[in-house]
Design a protein around this ligand. Structure first.
Ligand code: ASP
Length: 297
């Protein structure tokens, strides 16, 4: 079958100055993922490759350049799931891992667990021979300055609202019909230390099942968790609903049932794509039937 990939760089109110950078970042991620898929590679490799590009890009709230938490530190969460066996690997609240999606993959492939957090996750990274960075290496000057503004405003929600969303995610189906999904985030701006949102939780931040499709979420994690958004969407795909209809319905449920805002990207088992969001923008993109990348900020 023809492979497909969709990526997102977060559902939020993207300021005008960041639009080009978001668009360019999504395009680079699509290129990286499609290089893998076009060479006959696995969906999981494509998702990992796309997310590494987004983690490395400081315009997104994942990896380098993530939002700082209340104490001024970056704490990262990520998950990778593959739809053949329903195996998933995830990490949360890690401070010394530059590409948490790579560590999530190690958890999936080399541990008996699904989710490792904090120091334990970093110890596992060390055991796996992954390089650890200093926490300061994940902090950009602009995020430090933004954190300072929030702090001076007493962490009033209005001060950091516009910077709350920028998580990244990817969903792919490969030539063999294998589906994978992944999500990586620095979480919400000025979150409480140790706070974990939906992103690294199976069924919330992402879900993948070869029998139905794959999904990746973004938005207000505390609300997304309550409706287990990614798995809920996959259940609707399994019932035979169209991907776009499913994405819209999930975002409607998020708003109407738990007053949440956010976005969702989807691929069904035929490689059809859906994307929906209730925020002013969601940076996202995919390749259309003509082989061109379509990228929306
Ligand atoms: N869902 C993420 C979280 O709550 C944030 C985001 O998607 O921007 O941590």
């Amino acid at each position: 079958m023809r492979p497909a990939l969709v990526v997102h760089g977060g559902a939020w109110d993207i300021p005008g100055v960041a639009v080009d950078a978001c668009r360019a970042g999504c395009r680079r991620a699509l290129e990286a993922g499609h290089r893998v898929l076009d060479a006959g590679g696995a969906a999981m490799d494509a998702v990992e490759a796309a997310i590494v590009v987004l983690e490395e890009d400081p315009v997104f709230d994942a990896g380098f350049g993530s939002h700082l938490n209340l104490r001024g530190r970056v704490q990262l969460d990520a998950i990778l799931m593959e739809g053949e066996t329903l195996n998933a690997g995830a990490v949360a609240a890690v401070e010394r891992v530059r590409n948490p999606i790579r560590l999530a993959r190690r958890v999936l492939e080399a541990s008996r667990h699904v989710l490792l957090v904090g120091e334990g996750a970093e110890e596992f990274a060390r055991e796996q021979g992954m390089p650890l960075c200093r926490p300061e290496e994940l902090v950009t000057e602009s995020q430090r300055a933004a954190w300072q503004v929030c702090r001076e405003a007493g962490h009033d929600s209005a001060a950091h609202f516009a910077r709350e969303h920028g998580t990244v995610g990817a969903v792919a189906i490969d030539v063999a019909g294998r589906i994978a999904a992944g999500t990586s985030t620095g979480g919400t701006c000025c979150k409480y230390p140790g706070r974990v949102g939906d992103s690294p939780l199976i069924g919330c931040g992402c879900y993948a099942d070869n029998e139905a499709g794959g999904a990746a979420s973004t938005g207000w994690g505390e609300a997304i968790m309550k409706i287990v958004m990614a798995k809920t969407a996959i259940d609707w795909l399994r019932e035979g609903h169209e991907p776009q209809e499913v994405a819209d319905r999930a975002i409607r449920l998020l708003r109407e049932r738990v007053e949440g805002t956010g976005g969702l990207i989807l691929v069904d088992r035929q490689g059809r794509i859906g994307a929906s969001f209730s925020t002013p923008h969601m940076a996202h993109g995919y390749r259309n039937a003509n082989g061109e990348f379509v990228v929306f900020p």
